[in-house]
Design a protein around this ligand. Structure first.
Ligand SMILES: NC(=O)c1ccc[n+]([C@@H]2O[C@H](COP(=O)([O-])OP(=O)(O)OC[C@H]3O[C@@H](n4cnc5c(N)ncnc54)[C@H](O)[C@@H]3O)[C@@H](O)[C@H]2O)c1
Length: 337
């Protein structure tokens, strides 16, 4: 079964009750989302604080303790409800709890709807290194529903835009331009922009699924999805004050474009076009983090092979190139960006 077949696109929660009626459901939910939407989910629950600081072994251990207390057995279905941090944690817990139980996801942030909940990658951080512990684990279903977006703050909305722009920069210049226009004009989800946003989300998810289904375990072609993420993980590890994942991806993508230009894989015009697109949307495009600090995390990147890394660079709007590059060389290229 393809990953795309696991995704249900809906604009209300109506169908959920019948889907779950015969399941022993245990919900793992973001506390903030619980306060807003908890009444929609009358199941046994474990609460988690969202955010990168929670994506660790301590949270996993707390969840396992709670699941044991609540009596979750091997036939249960774990239902992760929240943004990308909660969906990543839920998939990981499901893979290890009692040697593995089934799970499903209800992403509630735009970033999780278009990216984190899509593709079966789960994981937690270790000693502040991103996603060092994790497994590929396919959920029973992902219930992608715009219903939750009405309460998403502007900043989180734009973080979702960053991952959408990343997906379209890899796959489609036309959808990239359409997404820039949408987010330049819309900073929040409203009834008036719902149709256009849902259409963009659908396109982004389908584009990601096509890549995922061709190479689920990321042995080759799926690597393109890491565009912007080599530097993003470095920025997140460096602990830049208050920076979120989507913002780090925006900066990391622009840095990847600048490096592509230094290597003659793209024009300066493309770099300017990409930078101004992210700026128009309202995303950051640069950081003053010291290169040495950035490379502390890049050197620990789980995708590193010996002294090399598969580095993804845009070559035009809608296409990228992956180059296996030595980390030392990359560090040299990143000086003064
Ligand atoms: N597994 C993957 O393939 C993959 C892909 C991309 C990103 N990720 C991971 O996703 C994480 C980032 O996800 P995120 O940006 O969703 O972070 P998050 O889970 O921290 O959520 C962001 C914020 O939005 C709030 N929120 C969520 N839904 C809300 C709603 N409907 N209304 C109001 N507030 C809401 C959360 O409480 C939180 O404060 C990172 O850890 C990243 O590594 C994973």
């Amino acid at each position: 079964m393809k990953f795309a077949d696991h995704i249900l696109f809906r604009n209300s929660l109506t169908e959920l009750k019948s889907i779950l009626q015969d399941e022993k459901v245990f919900v793992i939910i973001d506390r903030k989302v619980e306060a807003l939407y908890g009444f929609e989910f009358p199941y046994r629950k474990v609460y988690v604080d969202a955010g990168e600081d929670s994506k660790n072994l301590e949270t996993v251990s707390n969840i396992v303790s709670e699941l044991l207390k609540l009596g979750a057995d091997r036939n249960c279905l774990l239902l992760g409800i929240g943004g990308g941090t909660v969906t990543d944690i839920t998939g990981f817990v499901a893979a290890i709890y009692k040697r593995g139980v089934r799970y499903a996801l209800i992403p509630t942030s735009l970033l999780a709807m278009v990216d984190a909940a899509i593709g079966g990658k789960t994981g937690i951080n270790f000693n502040s290194y991103k996603n060092i512990l994790g497994v590929f684990n396919t959920p029973e279903f992902v219930y992608d529903c715009s219903y939750f977006l009405k309460t998403l703050p502007e900043r989180e909305f734009l973080c979702g835009a960053a991952e959408m722009l990343k997906i379209f920069l890899i796959t489609s210049g036309a959808q990239f331009r359409r997404t820039v226009k949408f987010f330049a004009e819309n900073k929040q989800f409203t009834f008036d922009n719902q149709e256009e946003l849902e259409s963009l989300v659908l396109k982004a998810v389908k584009a990601k699924c096509k890549i995922v289904d061709a190479d689920f375990k990321e042995k080759g072609s799926r690597r393109v999805l890491n565009l912007g993420h080599t530097f993003a993980h470095g920025i997140e590890h460096a602990g830049v004050e208050g920076i979120s994942h989507g913002e780090a991806v925006s900066i990391g993508t622009v840095m990847a474009a600048k490096i592509a230009c230094r290597l003659d894989y793209c024009s300066e015009r493309l770099v300017k076009q990409i930078t101004s697109s992210f700026e128009k949307v309202g995303l950051p495009t640069s950081t003053d983090v010291n290169v040495n600090l950035l490379f502390e995390a890049i050197e620990k990147d789980k995708k590193r092979e010996d002294d090399t890394i598969h580095f993804v660079m845009p070559t035009s709007l809608g296409s990228v190139r992956v180059e296996q590059i030595s980390i030392t060389h990359l560090k040299g290229l990143a000086q003064g960006l």
